[in-house]
Design a protein around this ligand. Sequence first.
Ligand code: SAM
Length: 335
Amino acid sequence: MNLRPHVLIDRFQRRVDYVRLSVTDRCDFRCVYCMAEDMTFVAKHHILTLEEILEVARAFVELGVAKIRLTGGEPLIRNNILSLIEPLGQLRGLDQLVLTTNGSQLQRLAGTLRQLGVTRINISLDSLQPRRFRQLTRHGNLDQVIAGIDAAVAAKFEKIRLNAVILKGRNEDEVLDLVNFAQQRGIDIAFIEEMPLGLIDEHDRALSFCSSEELRAIISRQHKLDPVDDPNDIAGPARYFRSSIGPTRIGFISPHSHNFCHLCNRVRVTAEGRLLLCLGNEHSVDLRAVLRAPGYTLATLKKTIVDAMTIKPERHHFDLSATPDIVRFMNATGG
Ligand code: SAM
């Protein structure tokens, strides 16, 4: 019998049961599509404490949320992050505690994360060429990230997925190598279309745009791709395919070419405690103000979250050739 309360339903009858919590806007990388080279980060006292983040998680789970993703910035560089992950791993009612990371800390932390209850992990990987990897991430060390991926494989997460953002003229020649890399490790890979979040001047997003269809055509030259009909993934934005080699699923996340808003089941909370109802819109509610108000109670926080469902937008509209409407960078949003 399912006793989970069904409380978070928006105006379009979409049920929200998935929350992405950004635990920091800081990152040890500066990926060219994600951030500017010189970033100003949020002052520490504006960032939710780990106790406040746990309280937010508790409120969402009591409201029927079954899946929480920790993200950032780079979640694994937040001080004492394990002291948040440990109680999250024990939250009753939370079925999936998952994480998105750049992999830089995984060699050290993968085993512990698994023991503490992290079930699945997404690891960003845009290139297998050390110099190019450094250029795309500005600071990243490829060997360290590959060692982190291998540590994650050894730690036996339920699922591991690589996330790759492909930019025309930069790394689209590596699409097949990235697929092969995932297949050698028996893990999934998803290709994400670049989104116009935050003002960047490192490249022209319209010129570097590589659609999922183009990538699928490249992969289809070597692999016969069969659509995967997995009921667990229907609510997610990735459309998955399998090739004949191994268990690897090849996914495409296409916020431009294949709008998935009608299936949207998620909201985000930024590191400052702003509840964002949509990745591509500014509709938000300040949870930090609620958490830090005199006389705070969990009931007030839950009511604020329930009320926020009435402003969840129907869909996003991205236009790569215009100045971005959304000036927050992905690291601030919580990717
Ligand atoms: N630091 C972690 C990481 O690197 O995975 C988590 C945060 S990062 C913002 C989450 C994901 O968002 C990464 O896979 C990254 O490639 C993706 N991302 C960042 N900026 C993006 C953009 N403008 N368009 C599409 N994906 C983006």
